[in-house]
Write a protein that binds this ligand. Structure first.
Ligand code: NAI
Length: 699
């Protein structure tokens, strides 16, 4: 049963029971409609209360039905809403905890609403590139006013019930109950008090007007249009709400339906829905059962207080977990802690952190130069220099002092985690936790699974990632893991493009127009061009003969490391981050072309975007085939949260699916005919070739 029916004090109570949030799947919808029928047919029943069991009134659509036929199976949500609204006995919603999306639309069809204080109220459809399609855009403006409703629908943000209940003239809630546990009792009493009211009040009969009318919508359109350049849904939400003010109710509903169906087919909505599921999928490890026991993480140690160590420590402090940072020298500790403090102080200045919260948080931080002080930690994360010798020293020491059962993690970005694990007697306890810089800000965490990493270690760190508000993706031990292994190909392409005739600013602008937060050359300047230089020097030893543009090396030889030296691919005014074109760099590139015998040609922005994005796709297909990533959607999550891929395109693999894998491979064949490019690289990865042959997509 996904809804229960009982009668109490001549009031029928229908309790949705579809954990975790009473999603309105087929069987729940059917049970509600049946309950209303039963109650209306029973002469002894005077009124009806609808409520939700457990943690919600209703969170809305059942996500298990997304994209499936059962979502449309009758009675659909429109049908249920109509049954409720047309019931000839009063229907009272007893709302608590969460009322969102279709759940709120259902409540709006009831004749009355009693709500518990603290209930979270939202119409979040816009976050999936949609709009509330079951009357939400037509009914909400009628009960809380056009402006408040528009704000909620366009932003998708959650608003506490009390805030809505305090809006002047609101008709959303008829009664607010302080204790959530009493909401059903209060709703039953309320239902008794109105059981002879006829005709029954319906939200559809209320007016929806804004005093400024057209002028208000014009202003709203300008504001929303400027804020959301790439997404159609917010403006469609606005159009639907405007329809509520201009059309008769049923016409407004039809308009809402039409706009909803249009949005369903936009690539942006498909991308956002893909990411919604991708994020859920990423948290699962196929061969690690969901009920795998976890280790307790009460205290954390961090080795190294540099760029990464400090940011990593902040994540745990923010989650209320005590952290001890270890360094080799007091000065390094002082500098590292200074940076952490400054980070928090900046947040206080911006009004994002309260002084007392800061003091409580920073009190959880301790520092040491002595490994003995780490003996009680449950997890230690190493973030020392990227040199295998230094890692060896640290892990041998950790193996000696850290208590048995603790997890030993490395933040290495390029070194072999299996080798690092082999420096200890407990490789099963060793895992990679690859944070992204700035580690206190970036949401991505690559969890690197070593050959011997134990299942309970993986289960623990996946759960811990959620606790520190990261999105974790599991990667195997391969050079660069998922994200950096892919970005290497992307960077090589960026280099070839300037060799062949593009300028760094053309490349940056083209990919930024596609939607990346930052093009590869601006990115290099931000991260420091010397980092890539060091990696290429190592590669030259490991993979001699791998072709790449030498321009980045020449740039580094001139000491142009990027923003930190005030000069990289671009110049930077002191304290500023705006790139300024540097003539000397352009001449350096021209000279390089001459030396290499390349005649520059005009390169289109389309070619730039395709070579950059499809290089990611082809490399990812190799990574998937080799088993270093679990699923294509994990790759999308990595690129979305770690590399600024435009979210409305749903990540590189989703983009490739949308572009059509056949077309992707055709483009790759063209690139393979370019003598200045890496011909071998553009051979489609076997997985990609197979999918095209079978007419399938990345999953
Ligand atoms: P960093 O040079 O800023 O900091 C390293 C810190 O480790 C320094 O404060 C140093 O004093 C300390 N240290 C060195 N040897 C030590 C030892 N034996 N015991 C204790 N402390 C020691 O380096 P960064 O950038 O923080 O990188 C650290 C690690 O994180 C590296 O493995 C790097 O590959 C990885 N990483 C770096 C990213 C970045 O964007 N900087 C991103 C992701 C991973």
């Amino acid at each position: 049963m996904t809804a229960e029916y009982k009668v109490h004090d001549e009031v029928a109570i229908i309790t949705l029971n579809n954990p975790p949030v009473n999603g309105l799947g087929y069987s729940t919808r059917k049970a509600i409609a049946d309950g209303i029928d039963q109650a209306t047919a029973d002469a002894s029943v005077k009124a009806i209360v609808i409520t939700g069991a457990g943690k919600a009134f209703s969170g809305g659509a059942d996500i298990n039905e997304f994209g499936k036929d059962s979502a449309f199976r009758e009675p659909n949500l429109h049908g249920v809403i109509s049954v409720i609204e047309n019931a000839d006995k009063p229907v009272v919603a007893a709302i608590h905890s969460i009322v969102m999306g279709g759940g709120l639309e259902l409540a709006l069809a009831c004749h009355y609403r009693v709500v518990a204080a603290g209930t979270k109220v939202a119409l979040p459809e816009v976050k999936l590139g949609l709009l509330p399609g079951a009357g939400g855009t037509q009914r909400l403006p009628r009960v809380i006013g056009v402006e408040a409703a528009l704000n909620m629908i366009v932003s998708g943000e959650t608003v506490p019930a009390e805030v809505l209940a305090s809006l002047p003239g609101q008709k959303l809630f008829d009664e607010v109950v302080d204790e959530p546990g009493r909401v059903v009792e209060a709703a039953v009493a309320f239902a008794r008090s109105v059981d002879d009211v006829r005709p029954l009040p319906k939200v559809r009969d209320l007016p929806a007007r804004h005093p400024q009318g057209e002028a208000f919508f014009q202003f709203a359109r300008n504001t929303v249009g400027a804020m959301v350049k790439h997404l159609p849904a917010p403006l469609k939400c606005l159009e639907a709400v405007e329809a509520a003010t201009r059309l008769r109710f049923d016409e407004g509903l039809a308009k809402e339906r039409e706009l909803f169906l249009n949005l369903m087919w936009t690539p942006e909505s498909r991308a956002l829905r893909h990411l919604f599921f991708a994020e859920r999928a990423a948290s699962k490890i196929d061969d690690v059962p969901a009920d795998t026991p976890q280790r307790k993480i009460g205290r954390v140690g961090v080795i190294g207080a540099g760029t990464m160590g400090g940011g990593i420590a902040m994540n745990f402090l923010n989650a209320g977990i005590p952290v001890t940072i270890l360094e080799t020298r007091q000065e390094a500790l002082d500098r590292g802690v200074g940076v952490i403090r400054k980070n928090y102080e900046d947040r206080i200045k911006k009004g994002k952190l309260k002084q007392d919260k800061y003091e409580k948080t920073i009190a959880l931080l301790s520092t040491t130069l002595d490994y003995a002080d780490l003996k009680d930690v449950d997890l230690v994360i190493e973030a020392v220099f990227e040199e295998i010798g230094v890692k060896e020293q640290v892990f041998k020491k950790l193996d000696e002092v850290i208590k048995p059962g603790a997890i030993l993690a490395s933040n290495t970005s390029t070194l072999d985690l299996n080798k690092i694990a082999s420096f200890t007697q407990r490789p099963q306890d060793v895992v990679g936790l690859h944070f992204f810089s700035p580690a206190n800000v970036m949401k991505l965490l690559e969890v690197v699974r070593g050959e011997k990493t134990a299942n309970d270690v993986l289960a623990t760190v996946m759960a811990l990632a959620k606790k520190i508000k990261k999105v974790a993706v599991v990667a195997g031990v391969t050079d660069g893991f998922i994200g950096n292994r892919m970005i290497e190909q992307y960077s090589r392409q960026a280099g070839f493009l300037i060799d062949e005739g593009a300028t760094p600013q053309q490349v940056d602008k083209a990919i930024e127009k596609f939607g990346f937060a930052m093009g590869p050359f601006r990115m290099g300047d931000l991260a420091g061009n010397d980092i890539g230089w060091a990696i290429r020097k190592r590669r030259a030893v490991e993979k001699p003969g791998l072709r790449y543009s030498r321009t980045a090396d020449l740039l580094c030889e001139k000491g142009r490391f990027g923003q930190k030296t005030g000069a990289g691919w671009y110049d930077y005014a002191p304290g500023k981050r705006d790139p300024i074109v540097n003539q000397e760099v352009l001449e350096m590139i021209e000279q390089y072309r001459k030396d290499e015998g390349i005649t520059p040609r005009k390169i289109s922005d389309d070619e730039i975007v395709q070579r950059l994005v499809f290089s990611l796709v082809n490399e990812a297909a190799h990574i998937l085939e080799e088993g270093f990533a679990q699923r294509a959607s994990d790759v999308d999550i990595v690129y979305l949260y770690g590399y600024g891929f435009p979210f409305w395109r749903g990540g590189p693999m989703n983009y490739a699916n949308e572009f059509g894998l056949f077309n992707v491979v055709e483009a790759m064949k063209r690139f393979a005919r370019n003598p200045h490019d890496d011909v071998d690289f553009w051979q489609p990865a076997p997985l990609l070739a197979r999918l095209v042959a079978e007419g399938k997509q990345f999953k």
